[in-house]
Write a new protein. Structure first.
Length: 377
């Protein structure tokens, strides 16, 4: 497979310009919470944050190179950690400074989707072999695609390994998980929906089949993308970046009238303990990631969930029923704690609607609920 890097850079520039025109037409600055949900692609959003914090790490290294202070001192370390927490809550980036971050994130996401082995090998080369494990630990939260390829590499911890050893293990993982990895067309489908990708220009390969689409607007599109529609992850409470067409589920005649989904969910008592969400585990997950800086940033879910998120939740989590989704958000708003909100999901929706706890849609809804509450209990 030959990747057209020139086309990727051109596409990244077009994608970035379109996003920034929409966002900065009404705002002067980009903030951290807005950055997390800016584009339709979760991976692009997190790569943007990754670039931001890599810039901070470079500044920190400059500080540590100063010979007059002991940055290994515990008190200094804790002070820097607290300083980082304060900075992370005060992200404010103008368009001219944000555009390079987004262009880099878009290009990186495309490379990760198309050739994950080559992408991670380049990541390994950024760090000395002795620091690769800590690098992977610190950055694993930014990788949302092909995580199976690197998750077990972090366990190489205390034993020093060369870059070559990590690369060899990466290739072994690729051989092991290759059949289970998400295809590039599916991973990039949300980006393609927002800004059409010319697949014939992106790569030259017999393995990545390109067929004509029935839609002129969509351009050259694979059948897999036609079947997969991914909604935009927009900032809650803000105008959505773009309203994307949704693929509606087909309902049999009279299905809605047999029994309302709202009543059905309200009377449901969860039966399958294995499907239940664990409030402590969910809270701990978001507490360890960037979302910890956003606790209490949402007041009312029913008013803060973006229009594209509502489309996504309705389609993927609430059987295509917007009334059921709206009722769920209002019920969650009435909860007094994070644990109570998760229990409500378990009681009414998780098993009844057969949610996949590991899906992106469930994860995004839980992240929004996390942002609503300051404390777990």
């Amino acid at each position: 497979m030959t990747i057209n890097n020139t086309y990727i850079q051109d596409y990244a520039a077009q994608f970035t310009d379109k996003i920034c025109k929409e966002y900065f037409s009404q705002r002067k600055y980009m903030t951290g919470p807005q950055m997390v949900q800016l584009t339709p692609s979760v991976q692009v959003n997190f790569f943007t944050i990754k670039s931001l914090f890599e810039a901070w790490q470079k500044e920190l290294e400059k500080l540590k190179s100063n010979p007059y202070f002991d940055y290994r001192d515990n008190a200094v370390h804790e002070a820097l950690r607290e300083f980082m927490n304060v900075l992370s809550r005060s992200i404010k980036v103008e368009r001219k400074d944000f555009e390079p971050l987004l262009r880099e994130a878009v290009a990186a996401a495309i490379h990760l989707a198309l050739d994950p082995v080559a992408y991670f090998e380049k990541e390994f080369e950024k760090k000395e072999s002795g620091r690769l494990n800590s690098y992977l630990k610190e950055n694993k939260k930014y990788f949302k695609w092909h995580t199976d390829l690197i998750s077990n590499l972090i366990d190489r911890a205390g034993i020093p390994q060369t870059v070559e050893a990590y690369q060899q293990a990466l290739n072994q993982n690729f051989e092991k998980f290759n059949d289970k990895l998400e295809p590039a067309e599916k991973l990039l489908s949300s980006m393609h929906t927002f800004q059409a990708i010319d697949w014939s220009r992106l790569v030259n390969t017999t393995g990545l089949e390109v067929k004509d689409s029935d839609s002129e607007q969509a351009g050259s599109q694979s059948p897999e993308i036609q079947e997969s529609q991914v909604s935009s992850h927009t900032e809650s409470g803000e105008e959505s970046i773009t309203e994307m067409p949704e693929k509606k589920e087909e309902l049999t005649p009279g299905e809605a009238s047999e029994k309302s989904s709202v009543e059905k969910a309200s009377n449901h008592k969860i039966k399958d303990g294995e499907k239940a969400l664990d409030p402590l585990q969910v809270w701990s997950k978001f507490e360890m990631e960037e979302y910890s800086i956003m606790k209490g940033s949402i007041k009312d879910l029913s008013e803060s969930v973006g229009i594209n998120q509502k489309f996504m939740f309705t389609r993927a989590l609430f059987d295509g029923n917007p009334d059921l989704m709206g009722n769920a958000l209002k019920s969650l708003d009435a909860c007094e704690s994070f644990a109570e909100a998760i229990e409500l999901l378990n009681q009414r929706y998780v098993a009844e609607l057969n949610w996949n706890k590991d899906s992106d849609e469930v994860n995004e809804l839980l992240q929004l609920i996390f942002r609503k509450f300051d404390h777990r209990n």
